[in-house]
Design a protein around this ligand. Sequence first.
Ligand SMILES: Cc1cc2nc3c(=O)[nH]c(=O)nc-3n(C[C@H](O)[C@H](O)[C@H](O)COP(=O)(O)O)c2cc1C
Length: 193
Amino acid sequence: MNDFLQTLYTRRSAKFVQAPGPDQNELALILQAAVCAPDHGCVRPWRFKIVQGADVPALIEIGIRAGLDAGSPLPEPKIQNARKWLARVPVIIAIACAPDPRGRIPEQESLLSVGAAVMNMLNACHSLGYCGFWSTGMGTYLDGVGEALGFDALDTRFMGYLSIGTPIDPLPEKTRPDYREFASEWHAAPLGD
Ligand SMILES: Cc1cc2nc3c(=O)[nH]c(=O)nc-3n(C[C@H](O)[C@H](O)[C@H](O)COP(=O)(O)O)c2cc1C
């Protein structure tokens, strides 16, 4: 086992975090990790908005507005839970994908590249002593949310929020599955006689 694998294997998500969060230098390191994600055709589909401090709690207002506009208001208990959660989160990176405008690279590959970028950020957070959590609540899939965050409404797909900070409570034990449940060998068929 080397240090890098040790970091990968011990990463955990934690939703309920508080300060300290990453400072501006650490945030730059985290975001630089994002743009090291694999990216077919150099589409550079990653789009992020950095939301910090007093701006974080305002994110729920976007979801509330989008729910009302869509005619499916966010349930009040969800709103209250989100307010309580956001009140302590030091940093959120809002995530969007801008697929290849020329359509050369399938959109799915750009979405996967953004997913890989978020994974890199989760690992970077962990390596710096913070915990990240990718969520797609707060109206992520409602029209208007990405736009309200400043993403281009026509050219991007909003993909949720990466919250970052220090876990409020100790994290419970977590056992990862054995990879052999999901991986098996493939062998070429013998050449026909
Ligand atoms: C695209 C995506 C969206 C997610 N959205 C939510 C969410 O809205 N709410 C939630 O509780 N977990 C959500 N999760 C799961 C958590 O981010 C996290 O992966 C999960 O709690 C497992 O934690 P772990 O990373 O320590 O294994 C999402 C995960 C992904 C990949």
